[in-house]
Design a protein around this ligand. Structure first.
Ligand code: FE2
Length: 306
């Protein structure tokens, strides 16, 4: 079905549910309210045939982005990878896109909002998310978009991300394995502290077998919500995959980050800090204290408490 018809179709669905929207996403409000930033859940979208995701347009986007906004490497890697040992693929970024079907690679175009057309699409999509999220987590800011291109069978290693994220599958399929980031047998306080102090997003895949998790097979027209810092890895299907990640932050994430940084500060000085999220009063005190210390460090040109 052409994109214009899909969009029209989605718009009529939205009209029937009474939610004002641009008709790009299809989000169940009850599921959103129950699961946002807690558990992954599926949504629908109408971007499958959108012209901004054609390979020729993506190559033009790639040429226009600064080098620092294009990351790519070999995609035939294990799920647990030391970031310093991630192998390259020996091609240019444009060549990687052109040969994505054969070159066994993984490429991401970062901060695609630098291009006005992608920025408009990102904001249209996130306006629909904000309709649901503002009552739960007000203050959406730092809206950012990422486009992933992956060769058949390529792997995105086990990692976590710092932002609210919806991954919209445009072309091909992905199998996504996600784990509960609130479960400390899955993700330890120390790993969170290391991450928020600027450590790499890749994680060592744990070997303990008793882990709560979910598996989703994502196909075109569907999207998946990734709760903040929920560890996951992704295995591509047998075709080229193109997906669009729409992300944003909320002020509570700043507070969460500061509490983890504060706990890291205390732990390195021999204390055993109370885990973040367990005691709101202690979290608030840490947020006030380490927020103030962080501002003083920044005033004097430092990078914050460490
Ligand atoms: Fe991710």
């Amino acid at each position: 079905m052409p994109y214009a018809e899909l969009k029209q179709d989605a718009t009529s669905v939205r009209a029937s549910t009474g939610t004002p929207a641009t008709g790009l996403l299809d989000i169940d409000p009850v599921t959103f309210r129950g699961c946002f930033d807690r558990r992954p859940f599926l949504i629908g979208h109408a971007l499958t045939n959108h012209p901004l995701f054609e390979i020729s347009r993506l190559m033009r986007l790639c040429r226009s982005l600064p080098e620092s906004s294009v990351e790519y490497n070999a995609g035939n890697i294990p799920i647990s990878v030391d970031p310093k040992r991630t192998p390259g693929n020996g091609l240019s970024a444009e060549e990687t896109i052109r040969r994505i079907a054969q070159c066994r690679s993984w490429l991401v175009l970062k901060y695609v909002e630098q291009d006005p057309e992608y920025r408009a699409l990102l904001h249209d999509c996130l306006a629909e998310v904000a309709w649901q999220s503002e009552s739960l987590r007000p203050g959406m800011f730092l809206e950012q978009g990422f486009i992933f291109l992956s060769s058949p069978g390529s792997v995105t290693p086990y990692h976590m991300d710092p932002e609210h994220n919806f991954l919209l599958q445009i072309r091909g399929s992905k199998r996504i394995h996600m784990f509960d980031g609130r479960d400390r047998s899955v993700l330890s306080e120390e790993e969170l502290e290391q991450f928020y102090r600027g450590g790499h997003r890749n994680l060592a895949y744990p070997t303990n077998g008793n882990r709560r998790g979910w598996t989703f097979d994502l196909s075109p027209g569907f999207g998946l919500h990734f709760p903040v810092t929920a560890p996951h890895y992704v295995r591509n299907g047998e075709e080229v995959s193109v997906s669009f990640s729409i992300t944003f932050r909320t002020p509570d994430l700043k507070r969460r980050r500061l509490v983890h940084i504060g706990n890291a500060f205390l732990r390195r000085r021999g204390f055993r800090p109370r885990p973040a999220g367990m005691h709101p009063r202690y979290d608030f005190l840490k947020y006030l204290a380490f927020g103030a210390i962080s501002r003083i460090h920044q005033f004097f040109g430092g990078g914050g408490p460490s």
